[in-house]
Design a protein around this ligand. Sequence first.
Ligand code: GTP
Ligand code: MG
Length: 240
Amino acid sequence: MSDKLVIIPTYNEKENIEAIIRAALSVDEAFDVLIVDDSSPDGTSDIVKRLIPEFNGRLHLEIRTTKDGLGRAYVHGFKWALANNFEYIFEMDADFSHNPKDLPRLYQALVEGADLAIGSRYSNGVNVVNWPMNRVLMSYFASKYVRVITNLPVHDATAGFVGYRAKVLQTLDLDKIQFKGYGFQIEMKYKTWIKKFKLKEVPIIFTDRTLGESKISSDIIGEAVFGVISLRLRNMFGKL
Ligand SMILES: Nc1nc2c(ncn2[C@@H]2O[C@H](COP(=O)(O)OP(=O)(O)OP(=O)(O)O)[C@@H](O)[C@H]2O)c(=O)[nH]1
Ligand SMILES: [Mg+2]
């Protein structure tokens, strides 16, 4: 087994799942892949099950019974990764917004001393392809907003293409991770930073999905907007 694991949460990704698995497992530095599927009604997990024998123990599947948000799916994946002794643990979407070919650069940042490597759209201008302008603006200003409220020294606070050293995930209290959607990405970075771990942004280009449907919703956005303020306040009062 490799010491590097890519966790991919899925909900109704039948159009993308086989191709993203093949792409992630064909990156040079052998990464294992864990799919965390929330019992997708479109049968995503059946496709994964069919592929498992082909990859000699490098492809793993965890199925959760209900759709419970990407944050919860990642926490499940993190616990699985720690229980299985992975040292380098990555988050990646199934929809090819994140290019699996960038995984080695995230990994390299961890090897060179970062505890959290962030695939960043905004460390070097705005590197987003095919997103409608309102999504780009919302995401860009969300990062600015997070920075103003929390001081978190990161240009892309909602980035979902990241890598952790295992010790970060061992240190954070995973059962206390509260947010389910975009807020989850902010919460993880903020908690990692206040524990004095080293964060490093690695520039990436983000491309909008071409297949399947987006799962973003207005309550996820609301959770993030108010959640950031509550994170800051709870930290001020020593409650994190
Ligand atoms: N297990 C699980 N995975 C989820 C859930 N919600 C989203 N995902 C997955 O998380 C990843 C990101 O979700 P997307 O729908 O692409 O969200 P997004 O990237 O904000 O939206 P788009 O940019 O419009 O695609 C994808 O791999 C989804 O299948 C969930 O509730 N449970
Ligand atoms: Mg997406």
